[in-house]
Design a protein around this ligand. Structure first.
Ligand code: ADP
Ligand code: MG
Length: 674
């Protein structure tokens, strides 16, 4: 960066703050808006909003307050008159005089008889000077880094920055879409001479970016297909009937569709790479079981990795009865296993005696080896790092992989983040569930929520109370420990209250969870350790304290801890009386559709990101995957077609595309991750 004109170490540091650390990132820091300063507007025709005018000063008033100075000048052109106002710019005092010709840019407000303009910028013009206007790019600025500095630095270096770019898109494609050449596109985006051309130029740039991601996904997929190496499992005749004959319930249509799809994918030598999304309680366990059973029939072992011991243990417990009729033996590998048990489990896995190993990241340790691992199932895969997922898969040559998540991913995001995976969705809950009723309450009504808990307990059912932190001694939040103590002593002295949080030793956590499952605890006060997958059908009330601290999707997850039995369940979201923005929580009152909630979450986060308060997922992209989704799909179609005809990109016309893969960070990440 500091090799660029106008950037010393200090400016470089300020740019780094906004995520610009390389010349390429500087070029990609495109304007967030443009000001059209080409044609001054006739004063007589001004409306409220941004405007530029050229006029002559008739009179000037200066008012000096104790804290701020206000300068007012009446400006006139052939069509009318306006009051121009400068707020708090003391240094201008005495600098504006009647008779001056001024260029003025600002925001017009109509107040009183005369229209007013609050001046953002102005310049004195010589007597016969014609205003030479231009379109001015506006950059996302910070207190330390003004849009003007950014503009100057980019303008000074634009030629050099552009020269470093390769126009890699095949000419036929550029032509088909009517795009400008890349160099012209970059120039038009930063120094536009026409707003429409600037919009088309941005489209070209975003297309290249989307195209890079889609191309990386297609290349990766093609490499996986070409490499093969996975065990192609033959589906025995009548397998579906044999499978469901052993189940305690009839699979839903969605479960059946997904299972059949997975069985087909596992029948190929190209390793399956499937992401299964299904809301909490949609029955993903059965799908996992179906994959494991087919693997076992084909003589290969399976591994299932979950992010916590509680979840892994629960998987083992839920899978065992489904797998038992098929002779699938299960071993568990947890960090908390004793040395002797651990060694025995590892022996069974290494010898192939165990058909399925269920565990936490403890499965990743080198001492865990498999005789013939061929199917890897990763639950809540986003909770694992890239390296962890990879080391799991490295325990086998080319395993089929099934990733499962209860977090619905909006289709738009899935297309960029998981573009290299196949997606499957269970979009139907098993029958017999009573929908959860959800209420948003202010904290002063908390006693009412606890009345519900009491009524619920009187009917023999259990409740969760979720707090955002374990110990809130130094914050305004409610801490789990304090709330548990208060509930136990004051609110529910007659009920059995317990507390569960991440700092408890593993054994203690399990013990509390066990007691809760056995119905020996009425009210479980917990942090979000109960977030994912914990399944206690008798729990039917969920109270979330400081609910405004969570994203909608996370609240939806928490809510999914109840509503698992036949009793009607209730979820109460409590926000402090003085917390703003609780309006968004009412989305949860209205819907239980996880995808709808995820979409809404994404929309809100995007809005938040625009307001500069929060970071949304793919904020490093220039394009907006949600708003520009149609463009993404065009890019994907083009990328898929190229890779279908030339998987290695070895055609001379496609060679430059390899640089594209290399230069785009998202594309690079997709290619290197397992
Ligand atoms: P998920 O893991 O997707 O949250 P589970 O696999 O734990 O959901 O299933 C939730 C509950 O629903 C479990 O108690 C399971 O036994 C039950 N279940 C799953 N599929 C069906 C079905 N088709 N019919 C009835 N109950 C089902
Ligand atoms: Mg589950």
């Amino acid at each position: 960066m500091s090799s660029l004109a106008g950037i010393g170490p200090e400016t470089a540091a300020k740019f780094a703050e906004v995520g610009v650390a390389t010349p390429a990132e500087l070029l990609a820091y495109i304007p967030r808006a443009y000001r059209d300063w080409r044609e001054p507007m006739p004063i007589g025709s001004l409306r409220e909003g941004e405007a530029i005018i050229v006029g002559r000063v008739l009179r000037v008033k200066e008012r000096r307050g104790r804290r701020a100075t206000l300068i007012t000048a009446a400006l006139q052109d052939d069509t009318g008159m306006i009051e121009a106002k400068w707020f708090g710019r003391q240094y201008l005092a005495g600098r504006i005089a009647p008779g001056d010709r001024l260029f003025v840019a600002g925001r017009v407000a109509r107040a009183g008889l005369l229209p007013e303009i609050n001046v953002a910028q102005h310049r004195a013009l010589r007597e016969n000077e014609v205003w030479q206007g231009e379109i001015v790019p506006v950059y996302a600025a910070t207190k330390e880094l003004s849009t003007r500095t950014i503009r100057t630095v980019i303008a000074k270096n634009l030629d050099r920055l552009i020269a470093q770019q390769t126009d890699a898109l095949p000419p036929a494609l550029v032509q088909r879409f009517g795009f400008p050449p890349l160099a012209r596109a970059w120039r038009e985006v930063h120094a536009p001479h026409d707003l429409e051309a600037a919009a088309r130029a941005k489209e070209r740039i975003v297309f290249d970016e989307f195209f890079s991601i889609a191309l990386a996904a297609a290349v990766k997929r093609a490499r996986r297909e070409a490499a093969g190496g996975a065990r192609a499992l033959t589906l025995p005749g009548g397998f579906w009937d044999r499978f469901i004959a052993q189940l305690p319930f009839e699979p839903t249509a969605a479960q059946r569709r997904v299972i059949e799809r997975i069985w087909v994918d596992m029948g190929r030598t190209a390793p399956m790479n499937l992401l299964l999304q299904g809301d909490v309680g949609s029955g993903k366990t059965l799908v996992a079981a179906a994959a494991i059973v087919l693997a076992h029939e084909g003589g290969i072992q399976s591994a299932l990795m979950a992010p916590t011991e509680i979840l892994a243990a629960q998987h083992a417990a839920k899978l065992a009865p489904l797998l038992l009729p098929f002779g699938v033996t299960v071993e568990a590998v947890f960090g908390s296993l004793g040395a002797r048990e651990r060694r025995r489990a590892e022996e069974h896995i290494a010898s192939g005696q165990a058909a399925l190993a269920v565990g936490t990241h403890a499965l990743l340790t080198e001492s865990v080896t498999f005789a013939n691992l061929g199917l890897v199932i990763i639950d809540e895969q986003h909770r694992f790092g890239v390296n962890q997922r990879r080391s799991m898969r490295e325990k086998s040559a080319a395993p089929h992989t099934l990733a499962m998540t209860a977090t619905p991913i909006p289709r738009t995001l899935a297309q960029t983040r998981y573009a290299d995976m196949d997606l499957a969705v269970i979009d139907e809950l098993p029958p017999g569930r009573t929908p959860i009723r959800t209420f948003v309450l202010r904290e002063s009504y908390k006693p009412r929520a606890y009345e519900l808990v009491r009524k619920n307990a009187a009917e023999g059912r259990q409740a969760y109370v979720v707090a955002p932190v374990i110990d809130a001694s130094d914050s305004a939040l409610t801490g789990a420990l304090a709330e548990a103590e208060r509930l136990e002593k004051k609110v529910f002295p007659d009920l059995r209250v317990a507390v569960l949080h991440g700092k408890l030793p593993g054994r203690e956590k399990d013990a509390v969870m066990e007691r809760f499952k056995r119905g020996e605890i009425d009210v479980l006060v917990a942090t979000t350790v109960v977030e994912v997958g914990v399944d206690v059908a008798n729990a039917s009330v969920m109270i979330v304290l400081d609910a405004n601290r969570y994203g909608l999707a996370q609240l939806h997850q928490l809510r999914g801890r109840v509503g698992r039995g036949v009793a009607e369940s209730i979820c109460v979201l409590i926000a402090p009386d003085d917390a703003g923005e609780v309006e968004r929580l009412t989305v949860l009152e209205k819907t239980t559709d996880g995808f709808e909630i995820a979409n809404e979450d994404l929309r809100l986060r995007k809005a938040g990101q625009l307001a500069g308060t929060q970071q949304a997922g793919d904020s490093t992209l220039i394009g907006d995957i949600v708003d520009d989704f149609a463009l993404y799909m065009r890019a994907k179609e083009a990328a898929d077609a190229i890779v279908a005809s030339d998987p290695e990109l070895s055609d001379p016309e496609h060679r430059p595309l390899l640089t594209l893969l290399d230069e785009n960070a998202s594309a690079r990440a997709m290619l290197v991750t397992a």
